[in-house]
Ligand binder design. Sequence first.
Ligand SMILES: NC(=O)c1ccc[n+]([C@@H]2O[C@H](COP(=O)([O-])OP(=O)(O)OC[C@H]3O[C@@H](n4cnc5c(N)ncnc54)[C@H](O)[C@@H]3O)[C@@H](O)[C@H]2O)c1
Length: 386
Amino acid sequence: MTRTLKVAVIGAGMAGQAHAFGYRNVSMAGSGELQVELWAIADPNVDLARTVATRYGFAEAIGNMDDVISSDCDIISVALPNFLHADILPRVLASGKHVFAEKPIGRTLAEATHLRGLADASNAVTGVGFSFRRLPGLAGLAQAVHSGLIGELHTARAWYNADYAANPASALSWRYSGEQAGAGALLDIGAHAIDALHFVAGPTARVTNATVRTVIAERPLPAAGAIGHGGSTSAETGPVTNDDVALLTLQLESGAIAHVELSRIAHGIPNSLGVEVHGTRGSASFDSMSAGEFHVFQDGVVDATFNGARRIITGPAHPYFTDVAAMPGAGVGTGYAEAFTAEIQEFIRTIHAGSTMDTNFETAEVMMRVVDAALRSATTEAPVSL
Ligand SMILES: NC(=O)c1ccc[n+]([C@@H]2O[C@H](COP(=O)([O-])OP(=O)(O)OC[C@H]3O[C@@H](n4cnc5c(N)ncnc54)[C@H](O)[C@@H]3O)[C@@H](O)[C@H]2O)c1
């Protein structure tokens, strides 16, 4: 019997648009029994909501976000600035609807822990958008490591370098405010890198060392509301109150040690999330700049003459690929667009199965513990155990 889930997305900015894209493309093998109705995009900027609704085929644009919470829809996606998570998510979770929230759920560990408690108490499916996990190349790397292909991990490296804040003339949006965003690069993009590290190499036990730095201290105030990384600016400037770059050294629960490098001002590197791991029998790596592949080196597989890392091109053998790729063959490529489709597909699949979403509020709280410990370590210049 076909079941139709009525969907609303709250927040029409960068991430809300990516969710809308995901719902629009959600059809997958076996999904005939479960359909989505693209109902509403909600945002106080109702003109933007209308533009996004029209683009992605949603029926309505709604200015009052509470109208969505009190509606009869089945699913609410929340993609709002971090300072609104602790205000809106409790009401969305209390509505009993299935909830898909953008990372990082709040600005601080206290907010994340509170929201995780509310999600745990919900009978509905509650997921959090750690979208990079859905890239077939990163998921393939995790499979290779978990299957023991490179032995026992002893060292890992994760990074997220981006250039969205490299231009000092870009608008002082909520992302640059410690009050509104929480940490800067450490949380905005660090959430993904830390989670990717956890996904591949397991959870963190201790932040051994952390350094954070604000490089561009002032930015021009936005002339109107700044959406995403764009927006017009005024002549007046204001202070940046969170970090542009962060470096972390971690000890993982497995005993492996790891290094995490984060920058939102990396000139010439538009968007690169990567993980590299070293084990007792080999090494493996993934970089989202070449999202359709990952690399594995296994010691002793061939003799020294032809020894080297193998470049594995993702295809139907790898997670998510078959449901998101436009054609069923290896090498046709998948990127960040497909990751948003795959995460929404996984959310819908989980609702259908009545099970628990694999990236959820607990995943987000576990990530936030690292961010919190890193901020404390950077302040005290001492290690912090989680
Ligand atoms: N998974 C990812 O790759 C990814 C990418 C980008 C953002 N995010 C997350 O998504 C969330 C939203 O980020 P974004 O980049 O879409 O933000 P954005 O600035 O692009 O959009 C924010 C939206 O919220 C609306 N809004 C509602 N109330 C507001 C208020 N009081 N003040 C300001 N804006 C208000 C704005 O009108 C705007 O449409 C954040 O938590 C961010 O961490 C995740």
